[in-house]
Design a protein around this ligand. Structure first.
Ligand code: FES
Length: 352
């Protein structure tokens, strides 16, 4: 990137005063922002000041903008020297920005550059009549119409050495020129022949209408076909439903007294049943080492005490096998109480 600095002192004008037009423009721009935020208009004002100064920003113009916006001069200077759209040195009446990026070069920008060097001279050099100066820039976003140049605010595309020389002649002579493609193509249409999207029906709405009509016909056909299809799907020889049809499948609840009796297992000890129903014994734990048979669980749920405090051990299952015990000699239970610990936790979180 080129070093951007102000033009030498001998090029700088003695003074610069905002014109009436620029002042009016400034007031309009400043009014777009809240009070105290007038600095937001700095780029717009620098652009207008550049236009007033003939296409570039002298030091005095930058200072005038700073005064208008009540900004430190260095702040405005930073903006002016950062953005390449602000020219810091005088330019010609026709300031040509020549695109020298790859797509344009592949399409012949090198020859255009030779024309510029021959007719105008080096970059940033203004011709003696003050008409032309040029600068090589990066892609200007019109690659599909390469090669191209920007002259002041307009693009000139599809350049050849012949049409570019003619363009410069016309500008120098003050004749009207054609902006855009110089070979007559419409914007960025295909270069030689338009072979696609040529059907006029694409643009008069009739294609969309045809699709809509087809959808409507299909919807209507589906509407009439649906009842007939539903009738056809009903079987003609209807069989009687099975007794269980439509009912939930039921099975014995696990470990209920009825199931235990049906399977020939020992009925539940009535004493245990009575004790279990007695609320006064609800919080008492009983060791499984006692002689009487283990009480049957009252439901399929199992209650496993979990640690109440961090770091407290989880009570072990009474059936946790002792290391080295063969499976055949291990205590065997199949009443769902395997996971029931020897600890009963009451609702006050006290264990016994
Ligand atoms: S490369 Fe020239 S306009 Fe993009």
């Amino acid at each position: 990137m080129a070093v951007r600095k102000l033009a030498p002192e001998d090029m700088q004008p003695e003074s610069f005063v905002l014109s009436t037009e620029t002042e009016a423009f400034a007031e309009k721009e400043i009014a777009k922002y809240p009070p105290g935020r007038q600095a937001s208009a700095v780029i717009a004002l620098l652009g207008k000041a550049q236009e007033q100064a003939g296409g570039w920003l002298p030091r005095k113009a930058i200072e005038a903008v700073a005064a208008k916006l009540d900004m430190p001069v260095i702040r405005v200077m930073e903006v002016a020297t950062f953005y390449t759209m602000f020219n810091l040195e005088p330019v010609g009446k026709y300031f040509i920005q020549f695109c020298g990026t790859t797509p344009c070069v592949l399409r012949g920008a090198g020859e255009i550059k030779k024309v510029l060097e021959r007719r105008i001279g080096d970059q940033n050099h203004v011709t003696a009549d003050g008409n032309f100066s040029w600068l090589e820039v990066e892609c200007l976003g019109a690659c599909s119409n390469a090669p191209m140049v920007q002259i002041n605010d307009d693009y000139y595309e599809d350049l050849t050495t012949e049409n570019f020389e003619k363009l410069l002649d016309d500008l120098a002579a003050g004749r009207p020129v054609k902006v855009g493609s110089q070979i007559g193509r419409n914007r960025s249409e295909p270069f030689e022949a338009v072979n696609t999207l040529q059907d006029p029906a694409l643009y008069d709405g009739s294609v969309v209408g045809a699709w809509r009509k087809r959808f409507e016909e299909q919807a209507k056909a589906a509407e009439t076909a649906e009842p007939a299809a539903a009738m056809a799907s009903i079987p003609q020889d209807v069989k009687a439903a099975k007794p269980t049809a439509g009912r939930p499948i039921e099975s014995d609840a696990a470990d209920t007294p009825a199931k235990r009796a049906k399977e020939g297992e020992t009925p539940i000890n009535p004493t245990d049943q009575k004790e279990a129903a007695d609320p006064s014994t609800a919080t008492k734990g009983r060791s499984h080492t006692e002689a009487e048979p283990r009480p049957a669980p009252q439901s399929g749920k199992s209650y496993v005490a979990s640690p109440k405090k961090e770091g407290e051990a989880v009570p072990s299952s009474p059936t946790t096998p002792v290391a080295g015990t063969p499976p055949a000699q291990a205590e065997s239970r199949r009443d769902g109480s395997e996971s029931k610990p020897d600890v009963i936790v009451d609702k006050d979180n006290k264990s016994s």
